[in-house]
Design a protein around this ligand. Structure first.
Ligand code: PEP
Ligand code: MG
Length: 546
């Protein structure tokens, strides 16, 4: 039995078998070789192995996400069979007597930059495919298995670190808990764990080489502890605690169908944050009044090319139809910072959190934005849609957005495509937006306060930096005063305000938010009923004692 303490990002208890995810280091070393023919033969074998893997991936994707998304694996297979690509690798091995891994890596870089510099958008996007398929070759050449996210039975995932595009690929039914060596409690991976309603620990000082897949472990999100190979007695105690937790949950669920109303009649909306279509079920199961934040950028993660207008339309429509008339607020894509996607060609940035992200990408590359807006307009005909824009800092940005939105609407009208209008709001997550919230309130229908980024930008603390977790304080008086200022400015213009950052689910703050006049709290699905419980125990007006 061995235990470690880490930082808990979601309270809950899990007991189960461990699956260790080891990331593959695809950096390659140059080595001289003597037998060039044998090296060329190794390339042939790696190609055959890669083609086999891609065929399987194609079949899987075809069943799960349809032909248009699966087609990408066919593109990868064709790249692997491209004569120019293979000739370049063979020539390098033969002329420079270098190892196959190195020849593939150099060819990869040359071809990727050749594609990246092409004029045609489609060809430019192929750069990411070259990188992806070449890395597959390198892994196969060096015998490093691919990192797998498909588990047969539910497991406790143990890893060095996880990024959002890896986390999003996991099937939540097969994950009991996450435990990672690195990671900040404010990262999107932590947020995903909360949305998935599974216990998760980050910053656990364990030696991954000593943790074995298949061993038993307990993850205790209340104590921030993981215990590997627990004794029988500890397992029995844990099972009893899991039972008690289930009972607490059952009691919480008796609040379903009840109003979010304080003892003295003050009502507030409690909505759910989601990242995928699959989360809608959890939002409904927990009786959320609507979706307060659909992080649409998750549709763009874990893939090698942009989701098409049609794919996006289908996803948004499904969410709206499943929510059956309840409000659904979809945030336009907030790619960048820790949510990096190769096919956006992000380039290297010294300060990604202050960089090319979210609405900045949409305004600089309006075609990407317009595709999403067209899908949103079309989907709006199927439910109660609101759209909001992330990372706003100025009035000019909102005006520019409105121009683009009007253009898209006009184009749809002219071409007779069925669509509908939607309510439009903005995220208030930069200090600049807070300070001009009186002016912004004139332009939009609502505000949603993103306390995660607002804390990061106000306190000048990188939310991704695990060493700064102790300094990251969303209860800081500066943040609370900002929230009050935003609420007052919105209400002065007859607009409503929600909080969709993680602070919205902080039960210690619920009473304060109600008193501040916040109209809506949007929280992880599993927190909806917990917040409702607290709201129903609040009395906002002082009782007069005779
Ligand atoms: C926020 O910043 O509070 C927010 C809700 O957006 P995200 O966490 O996705 O940046
Ligand atoms: Mg944000």
């Amino acid at each position: 039995m061995q235990s470690f303490l880490g930082k808990s990002v979601y309270k809950g208890i899990a007991l189960g078998k461990v699956a260790v995810l080891r990331k593959n280091d695809v950096r390659v070393k140059r080595a001289g070789i003597e037998d060039v023919d044998a090296e060329v033969e190794r390339v042939g074998k790696a190609v055959a192995e890669s083609v086999g893997q891609l065929r399987k991936l194609y079949e899987k994707a075809l069943k799960e996400v349809g032909e248009s998304s699966a087609a990408i694996f066919e593109v990868h297979r064709m790249l692997l069979e491209d004569e120019d690509f293979l000739d370049a690798i063979h020539n390098m091995i033969r002329t420079e007597n270098v190892n196959a891994e190195y020849a593939v890596a150099v060819t990869r870089d040359n071809f990727a930059s050749m594609f990246a510099n092409m004029d045609d958008d489609y060809m430019r996007a192929r750069a990411a495919d070259v990188l992806d398929v070449s890395d597959r070759m390198v892994k196969n050449l060096s015998g490093r298995a691919e990192i797998g996210f498909d588990f047969e039975n539910p497991v406790i995932v143990v890893a060095d670190d996880l990024n959002p595009s890896e986390t999003i690929q996991m099937d939540r039914e097969k994950i009991l808990a996450f435990v990672t060596v690195h990671g900040s409690t404010n990262s999107h991976t932590a947020i995903l764990a909360r949305m998935m309603n599974i216990p998760a620990l980050v910053g656990v000082p364990m030696d991954l080489d000593k943790v074995k897949t298949g061993t038993w472990a307990i993850v205790d999100g209340y104590q921030g502890q993981v215990i590997f190979e627990p004794s029988e007695g500890v397992c029995r105690e844990t099972e009893a605690r899991i039972q008690k937790e289930r009972e607490r949950l059952r009691l919480l669920h008796t609040l379903k169908g009840k109003e979010n109303v304080t003892l003295d009649g003050h009502k507030i909306n409690i909505y759910a944050n989601i990242g995928t279509i699959g989360d809608v079920g959890y939002a409904l199961e927990n009786d959320a009044g609507g979706i307060g934040l659909f992080r649409s950028e998750f549709l763009y993660l874990g893939r090698t090319d942009f989701p098409t207008e049609e794919e996006q339309f289908q996803a948004y429509r499904q969410v709206l139809q499943n929510m059956a008339g309840k409000k659904v607020i979809i945030r336009t894509l907030d790619i960048g910072a820790d949510k990096q996607v190769e096919y956006f060609n992000p380039g290297k940035e010294d300060n990604p959190a202050l960089g090319y992200r979210a609405i900045r990408i949409c305004l600089k590359e309006p075609d990407i934005f317009k595709t999403q807006l067209r899908a949103l307009f079309r989907a709006a005909a199927y439910g109660n849609l609101s759209v909001m824009y992330p990372m706003i800092t100025s009035v000019e940005e909102v005006q520019k957005i409105q121009e683009i939105v009007s253009e898209v609407k006009k184009e749809l009208e002219e071409s007779g495509v069925p669509h509908n209008v939607f309510e439009q709001g903005i995220m208030i997550e930069t200090p600049a937006a807070v300070m001009i919230s009186d002016e912004l309130a004139e332009l939009v229908d609502f505000f949603s306060i993103g306390t995660n980024d607002l804390t990061q930008y106000t306190l000048a603390i990188d939310r991704q930096n695990e060493r700064l977790d102790d300094f990251y304080n969303p209860h800081h008086p500066a943040i609370l005063r900002m929230i009050q200022m935003v609420v007052d400015n919105a209400h002065a213009h007859g607009k409503w305000v929600g909080i969709c950052g993680e602070l919205g689910a902080d039960l210690e703050m619920t009473e304060r938010f109600v008193r501040m006049g916040v109209d809506e709290l949007s929280v992880a699905p599993a927190m909806v009923l917990r917040v409702r419980k607290v709201v129903r125990e609040i009395r906002t007006k002082r009782q007069v004692m005779f």
